[in-house]
Write a protein that binds this ligand. Structure first.
Ligand code: PCA
Length: 227
């Protein structure tokens, strides 16, 4: 009936509003990982990103590995965003202690850490953007994504802190870029555990996740966003 049809098109408009990639074809995803840092000479995020295919159906996946350097990682990301103009950006970083896929809620306007970045720079509470917002939230559908991952057997949670090191710094710059560009981009940051090859780099009992499993999670996220 007419009423049913109207209701259906309403529901579709609402779902497109909340999830602009739904039913789109040729979506361009930019997925990044990071170089090794700290006491491990590998980084699970870069290794997971390397497991991704260049195409998924008719969607394109551009991947990159970013330096673990506060200013340089943001400059590299900006260049990639300008070059590829992605519809969706997922930045990945490794965080020992996370139990599974950890989708970050928001970036905070703080740089602070006990260890230096890979250029030897340490911050102790400085702002990322002098006049910037105190916090910038991801615009990914966090609840839906963690739900979709758990449905396919992948441990996933929303995280309410991305820390105050290089990952949070990149996440802040990403959301700032997204807010300054009219083109709608779905953006977020995902922390993942180290992988099996790094077992001896971390304390016993530190949760690990295979890179192929992380890649499966990213593919499930893409499938959810474009379904
Ligand atoms: N993790 C660090 C920086 C690079 C990475 O993979 C972080 O959580 O800030």
């Amino acid at each position: 009936s007419r009423l049913l049809q109207n209701t259906r098109s309403c529901v579709r408009m609402i779902s497109i509003y909340f999830n602009p990639l739904r039913k789109e074809t040729n979506v361009l995803f930019l997925i990044t990982g990071f170089d090794p840092f700290g006491n491990s000479d590998r980084n699970a995020s870069a290794e997971a990103v390397r497991c991704l295919p260049a195409m998924l159906g008719d969607h394109t996946i551009v991947t990159a590995t970013l330096p673990v350097v506060y200013d340089k990682c943001a400059d590299t990301l900006y260049a990639l965003l300008d070059e590829h103009q992605p519809d969706c950006v997922l930045c990945l970083g490794q965080a020992a202690g996370r139990e599974g896929i950890s989708i970050e809620h928001a970036a905070v306007n703080v740089k602070a850490s006990s260890i230096p970045d890979n250029a030897g720079v340490t911050f102790s509470g400085e702002k990322i953007a002098e006049n910037g917002a105190e916090s910038l939230p991801s615009n990914l559908p966090l609840k839906e994504l963690t739900g979709a991952l758990r449905e396919v057997g992948i441990p996933a949670k929303i995280s309410y802190s991305a820390g105050t090191y290089v990952c949070n710094n990149l996440f802040y710059h990403l959301m700032q870029y997204a807010s300054e560009h009219a083109r709608r981009m779905l953006c977020g940051f995902i922390h993942i555990p180290p992988n099996e090859s790094q077992k001896t780099d971390f304390a016993e009992g530190t949760p690990l996740m295979a890179s192929a499993e992380v890649a499966r999670a990213i593919k499930a996220i893409i499938a959810y966003l474009c379904a």
